[in-house]
Design a protein around this ligand. Sequence first.
Ligand SMILES: Cc1ncc(COP(=O)(O)O)c(C=O)c1O
Length: 366
Amino acid sequence: MADNSVPSFKASDLVIQLSSTLKAKSDVFTFGTVFTDHMLTIEWSATEGWQAPLIQPFGNLSLNPACSSLHYGIQLFEGLKAYRGDDNRLRLFRPMLNMNRMANSAKRACLPAFDQSELLECIRRLVEIDQDWVPQSDSASVYIRPTFISTEPTLGVKKPAQALLYVILCPVGAYFNTGGKGLSLWADPKYTRAWKGGTGDCKMGGNYGCSLSAQYDAVDYGCQQVLWLYGEDHQITEAGTMNIFLHWINEDGDEELATPPLDGIILPGVTRQSILELTREWDEFKVTERYLTMSQLCCALKQQRVKELFGSGTACMICPIEDIVYQGENLHIPCQEENSQLTSRIAKELTDIQYGRTPSDWTFLV
Ligand SMILES: Cc1ncc(COP(=O)(O)O)c(C=O)c1O
């Protein structure tokens, strides 16, 4: 529903300039390398407010070299997907959660507010226009990347007086190529992804750029991703760019699915929220948002109380974790032996919703 209290662009003002030539589509979907024919751009300035949204041919942006997104990282982004169902309809999965998270990130970045449902309607139109790019496949989709940058053309760290919100789309397949194995993670407390009072709960580029050297250290140690730890007690926070879940028999002997609480250092993942809601509805075991430390995990592994450890996120949905390199040791998680039962069940229930096999009010028809 439109929120008239926020000055915003309106989807009804959308201007559409279709591309005169369409690109050839290929079946190889390497994440984020190929983009569809069109993009959405919406300009804002402190003096003029929001301009009419524009869908135009995909192309380069022209930016003043002084613009503060380039110098001070005043920018943010989102990530969601459009799925083509067995019924040939296109669906987005809980897109208002992304719109709300984007609005929260914008507030933290001192970028202007907008009406989230108006943005969603503009995105719906963009996906509709480029609908032929959404693959007919259970393992592929179109990734939607809303981005919001300061275009303030002056040096000086200040609240931007000019900004650009834009959305690009790319067809994607499987995010990780682990050859059917679980992920391997490298856990070293010398790096921190996010900290209390920081921006770890916002989707800002700076959170990702500064994680890159740790990611390459992980690769040097023979691992695929970083397991981000926090604090003196080596709290487990996130895995790469995923939220993390532990399915185990906890210290009290109860079967539990646990994930760290949203205390400011965790990104509030849409998949995370959906897994919590789904498994709480099953009501088959405890589902808890709680702190988990490496020593608790090591102890549970020794006592064979760990059932599964997995990451969750839009890009990969759910990804079992099989190994963790920590303090010179390789901790093996029994995901293959147990056949990843919970992971497979959650993945099936969520994909059935995303591809329209299970009717759900979590989907938004394009
Ligand atoms: C740091 C981080 N954690 C978790 C997630 C998972 O969030 P979502 O489930 O909304 O994709 C992402 C991906 O956006 C991320 O970048």
